[in-house]
Design a protein around this ligand. Structure first.
Ligand SMILES: [Zn+2]
Length: 471
């Protein structure tokens, strides 16, 4: 297999594969076609749940799921830490504000990032910078300025254009690994629509970035030694209605802590929304916050809340941990159960129709079979994705996934989101993968990109991770 000396990973935040395919088929991405796809491959691959910026970046950098990394959302709550009643920093988190500075610290030292594995790296606009040398983090001082300016003025093309400039600068003295994020597709989608002209223009800007980078690499005679990868962390769907989940809980007698009101007193619940189509709900146990609230207790003491949630048109899927380690999936259609047993996944329909609409799915399968079996469904890889998120101690007692067209955060979201992501729907979970290397015909997750890059770059892949190489 061909070994590369350099790798550039282009991350288009919020890129939908169908938008990519539309632009490719109409000749609007000539540089990507020429420099990446001519001798390379294109695939629709599955991201990690929650399909949201931040948690869904983790797989690219260390090959692990957000659940494994204990960062199960862009906002999370830690019941055990909250029960301690002191003011430690680990009780709750939102990476949407100043607490984004804690992302690297939260990631911990257990898993190595690509920045730690490669001898030289450059980072552009990615918030997850654990292990990079300060001089390689080209946007360490300017990211906050670019993002703040774009947030206030809606000129998200400005950081995308800056990403192109930074990339050219990086190639002057090419490092082994470059990670460059283009944030505008996600931001313009939230402001308008995932297929708005402004959004579609952003894809063409990335195409120009690829062209500029490839030509510079060609000049340096290292283009054929450079692995070029384009991917994304999530898709998006248009949103017309927002459910005020906090108000819903308050009105049902579950006064809830939430961002920005993290110091609310006498709370019985906590709401942490990501994307904004998914949410973790945490409930105070019978004695204190330390206790998990399992499905069995919901059935006994909180059945009315569960029923009211399921009656809401905004709510698609409710997932709740069971006492014995299983996860109960409940939708308006029916109930199923997922459990990890002897290294395999057991899947059982409990009541009504399958909540994911899966047909002829066996009762036991491996993680990889799960991807194959569910890849073409409306909820690709949902059993594995729910198991991984519930493996985090910071996961909610209950996880909600919203219906398309709706999201779960109303007040405190400025500007209003006209598109959302975060859920288990295929429109949020499928992302494009473009790579200038022929790859095997198999189903792929974003966690598989990390070990594949290592293999193609001739680095030892002895890391304990969730992904497996697709080359
Ligand atoms: Zn977003």
């Amino acid at each position: 297999m061909k070994k590369y000396q350099h790798c550039i990973l282009f991350l288009i935040d919020g890129a939908r594969p169908d938008a990519f395919e539309q632009l490719l088929s109409t000749g609007k991405l000539p540089n990507i076609k020429r420099f990446i796809l001519k001798n390379g491959s294109y695939r629709r691959i599955v991201t990690s749940f929650p399909s949201t910026t931040g948690p869904a970046y983790i797989p690219f950098l260390n090959g692990c799921y957000p659940g494994t990394a204990d960062i199960p959302g862009i906002r999370w709550f830690d019941k055990e830490e909250y029960a301690k009643k002191d003011s430690n920093l680990n009780r709750f988190r939102s990476y949407m504000g100043w607490e984004a500075l804690l992302l690297n610290r939260d990631l911990g030292d257990k898993k190595k990032t690509l920045f730690e594995i490669f001898n030289s790296s450059v980072n552009i606009f990615n918030p997850l910078t654990k292990g990079i040398k300060p001089s390689g983090n080209l946007t360490r001082f300017t990211k906050i300025l670019y993002y703040f300016y774009a947030h206030l003025t809606y000129h998200w093309q400005v950081p995308d254009l800056a990403a192109r400039r930074y990339l050219k600068k990086a190639i002057h003295n090419p490092p082994e690994f470059t990670f460059v994020v283009f944030p505008a597709v996600d931001s313009f989608s939230h402001l308008n629509h995932p297929f708005s002209p402004k959004v579609m223009h952003c894809y063409r800007n990335v195409d120009q970035a690829v062209g500029e980078a490839a030509r510079l690499l060609e000049k340096k005679k290292i283009l054929d030694q450079t692995l070029l990868v384009i991917t994304s962390d999530h898709g998006l769907t248009p949103t017309h209605t927002h459910l005020d989940l906090v108000r819903f809980l308050d009105e049902n007698g579950y006064r809830a802590l939430h961002y920005p009101k993290i110091f609310r007193a006498n709370v019985r619940a906590a709401v942490m929304v990501s994307g904004n189509s998914m949410a973790h709900l945490y409930f105070k146990g019978e004695k204190d916050w330390r206790d998990s609230v399992f499905f069995e207790e919901f059935e006994k003491n909180h059945l009315f809340l569960l029923r009211r949630l399921l009656r809401r048109k905004e709510i698609d899927l409710v997932a709740i941990r069971e006492k014995g380690g299983g996860i109960r999936i409940i939708s308006k259609k029916g109930v199923s159960k997922i459990k990890r047993e002897d290294g395999l996944i057991s899947y059982n329909l409990i009541e009504g129709k399958d909540p994911f609409g899966y047909q002829r799915i066996p009762q036991r399968f491996s993680d990889y079979q799960c991807l194959e079996l569910t890849y073409d469904s409306s909820y690709p890889d949902a059993p594995v994705q729910l198991l991984q998120i519930f493996s985090s101690k910071r996961c909610g007692d209950m996880v909600l996934s919203a219906n398309k067209g709706y999201d779960l955060r109303k007040r405190f979201e400025w500007p209003e989101h006209k598109a959302s992501h975060g859920s288990l729907h295929k429109e949020h979970m499928l992302v494009p993968l473009l790579i200038n290397q022929k790859i095997k015909d198999q189903k792929i997750r974003t966690v598989d990109i990390f070990p594949s890059i290592l293999k193609l770059m001739g680095k030892a892949d002895n890391h304990e991770i969730d992904g497996k190489s697709f080359v």
